[in-house]
Design a protein around this ligand. Sequence first.
Ligand code: URA
Length: 209
Amino acid sequence: MAELHIIDHPLVQHKVSLLRDKTTGTKEFRELVSEIAMFICYEATRDLPLKEIEIETPLAVAKTKIISGRKLAFVPILRAGLGMVDGVTKLVPAAKIGHIGLFRDPDTKASVHYYSKLPEDIAERDAIIVDPMLATGNSAVSAINILKEKGAKSVKFMCIICSPEGVAAIQAAHPDVEIYTGAMDQGLNEDKYIVPGVGDAGDRIFGTK
Ligand code: URA
């Protein structure tokens, strides 16, 4: 079973607490999502391969290391995942961005696929899905299915808050997919929102409610 990484760095915990606050407004919420995404991405990219090079400093030749050309794609699940793109691309500016559109059927809570646009060379890329809330896991599992069908070299899943149910759903369907999260909450309410969570992350990022 792939690992569940809970990124409990004090700065992440502090910023997740601010996110939860119902008085946090849209501007600050959006900035926090982006910053937390950057911290989590730092851990999700810890296994990037390095190669040794030589660089001339003003004093001597240094044998030193740089990232050795692994190709990454970040794939936000629309629409809340868009809020994490700015943060992750600050860390990996050369990454390509794919999009997967899934909405939650209000009655069945099943995830319905309505859009995807992935980099043409996705089969040469390691994909990292980004979505702030891993709730039932239905969208996450569908997005992972799509990326695997398109031949992505590997798939990771990054979120800001997860539920135990969401983690279990990914691990049951895709035991090879590593999950990176800033917090694990108690569970889901009857509307399948994460409790205590942050409410509707998409509405809070885009100010639609
Ligand atoms: N999506 C959200 O935005 N919030 C939740 O709690 C669950 C899914």
